[in-house]
Structures are given as C-alpha cells and as structure tokens.
Design a protein around this ligand. Structure first.
Ligand code: GDP
Ligand code: ZN
Length: 307
C-alpha cells in the first residue's frame, strides 16, 4: 500500500495510508541510504510503499521510498559533512512578512526566496497585519507585490487579527503540503489557526500522545488538515532563508537574473564590477529591481566573509 510519512519518532514512522488509516512503519533492516551524505533515510512528506506486518497494531514495513520533488536539509550538528533531511515534497512555502510591528526587511525576503529556489520550493509571500498599514504602507505593499509578482511569486495581503484575506489563503493552500515560515512575531500561529480552525486541537492531541510537546522535538511533523491538505511544522527552520549558498550558484536563485545568464561578457561573471555585465545593465534599465540587486550583492559579501 502507498502512504505518506507524517512524522518520524526515532526509527519509527507515522504513516497515513491511502486507506486513511494510520500506521506505524519501520524500515527494512538492510535498507540503504542512497545519498551517503544524509544522516536519515526518510522524512516528513515522503511517500512510501509498505506492507502490513501486524494487523492488530497496524505495524508495517516500509519497502520503498518515492522520488522526491524537493527537500529541505540542515547541516548535521554531529557530522559536519552530513546533512539532516528535514521535510520533503513541499508544495508551497508561505513566507509570512509584515511591514509594521515589526517590519520584515527585503534583505530577509530575498535571502529566503533564494534559499527556497535552491531547494526548489515554490513560495508565496503573505503580507500580514494589514490592519496596521496606513496609506503609505499600503502603497509600499503594492510596490513590493508588483516587484515580486513580476518575477513569479504570488503575494497575499491579510490580517490574521481581523480575519481578512483568510479565504484566499485557504484556497491557495488547499490540497497541498504547505509550510509557513517567517520571523517570529509576524503572526504565523495566529494565521495558521485562522486558516485551519482545528489546528490547536490537533497539535494538542499529538503532543499529548508523544508526551513531549510539539515544539520540543527537533524533527518536523505534518498535520492532516483534511481535503488532502497538510501543514508542515519544522521547528528551528522557520527562517531557513539563512542557509549558506555558494557564491557562484547565487545567480541561479534569482529568477530575473537566471534569464540573463550567458549574456555577460565573462562566463564566470558575479555581476559586481565586471565589464559588460548584463545584470548590471538590467539594473540600470530598471529591468531588475535595485533592492533585489543590492540584496544579491550583500549575500555575495556574506559568502566572501564566510571563506
Ligand atoms: P508567530 O511568532 O509568527 O507565530 O506570531 P504570533 O501568531 O504569535 O503573533 C505575534 C503577535 O502579532 C501576537 O501578539 C499577535 O496577536 C499579533 N498579530 C498576529 N496577526 C496580527 C494581525 O493581523 N494584526 C495585528 N495587529 N496583530 C497581529
Ligand atoms: Zn554579470
């Protein structure tokens, strides 16, 4: 039978079978991790094929892991050469930002977007706390929406507090495995509870079950919100925008730059001060936003300092 991994606890996995039953899965003893650089073979969001071992307890044996469309990894704390697989097959990340109380910087937004591009995770940007925006901030939000929609990211304007714009977000999340990210304090919890009214109850049931409290675990878990919609909770990586990206790779993670790669005079152009740089030309012609270019340069600089 096919199933979806909702949680891993030690070497055991909570699986939602396609018959809507919950199973406890174990991996075959001789199972090999194909990617030697990963510390764990399976993560939340993996699709698996399993066989029933014990009908009474719903214990199953995992036989196969499906191909992943994407995954989030984190450097292992114990083995620096290795990475820990956190979650896979994420359909969409909602990056929750605010323009007031507090203001999320475009530096953070662009860093997050680049990291998500590197993981191949689609992102929508959610501007929350709209109830606090005056005319100027609403205008700023419109400018940012134009900028980000122009390079392929959907944007939403919502107020979790006033329950405005929630229906559109709910529709956008429907039928997907979704992740809510963003700085602490931007209103992620408030928003998720508005979109999924049963969420509090579900997280309580699970934490009661594991006797640990949901957020004491360093592993991700996924909540079944019904209608084939799943909410991924990834403690500790709410800000995965702060991942390390190699300098030479960075340009691939800015969609509006990607189109111009190959148009610069030098094939290894980093688009700083090199002559005949198509990217700098595009910035001068306002084809690439100055803020995006500035943030690109500052990410490059961070990489300089890291070496
Ligand atoms: P999280 O850390 O991202 O999960 O943020 P919380 O959901 O805990 O919210 C942080 C603070 O922002 C709380 O005091 C919320 O009441 C407040 N908040 C959340 N959404 C809104 C909103 O739409 N408008 C306003 N004015 N405050 C909000
Ligand atoms: Zn260039």
């Amino acid at each position: 039978m096919k199933g979806l991994v909702l949680r891993s606890v030690g070497s055991s996995y909570d699986i939602l079978g396609e018959d809507a039953t919950r199973y406890k899965g174990r991996l075959k003893g001789k199972f090999k991790i194909e990617d030697k650089k990963l510390t764990n073979p399976i993560a939340v969001g993996d699709t698996v094929i399993f066989t029933l071992e014990n009908k009474a307890t719903n214990d199953v044996m995992i036989e196969q892991i499906g191909t992943r469309t994407n995954y989030i990894i984190r450097k292992s704390v114990h083995k620096s050469e290795h990475s820990h697989l956190i979650a896979c097959n994420i359909d969409e990340a909602f990056l929750v930002v605010t323009l007031a109380a507090p203001e999320t910087s475009t530096g953070f937004i662009d860093r997050f977007l680049a990291a998500a591009e590197s993981f191949r995770i689609p992102v929508s940007i959610v501007f929350n706390k709209s109830d606090l925006y005056d005319e100027n901030l609403l205008k700023y939000k419109e400018d940012l929406s134009k900028l980000y929609e122009g390079i392929g990211y959907k944007t939403f304007l919502v107020s979790a507090e006033k329950a405005e714009g929630i229906a559109q977000l709910k529709t956008a999340a429907s039928g997907k495995k979704v992740l809510f990210s963003g700085h602490s304090g931007v209103g992620k919890s408030t928003l998720m509870n508005k979109i999924f009214p049963g969420l509090n109850q579900k997280t309580l049931e699970i934490s009661g079950f594991s006797q640990k409290g949901v957020h004491s675990t360093t592993f991700a878990e996924m909540f079944d919100m019904g209608n084939n919609t799943f909410l991924i909770d990834t403690p500790g990586i709410k800000e995965f925008g702060l991942m390390e990206i190699e300098k030479e790779e960075l340009k691939y993670y800015f969609p509006e730059m990607r189109e111009l790669i190959g148009s610069c005079k030098y094939h290894n152009c980093l688009h700083r001060n090199e002559p005949s740089c198509a990217i700098r030309q595009a910035v001068e012609n306002n084809m690439i936003a100055a803020s995006r270019y500035k943030n690109y340069l500052s990410m490059l600089e961070n990489e300089d300092n890291r070496r």
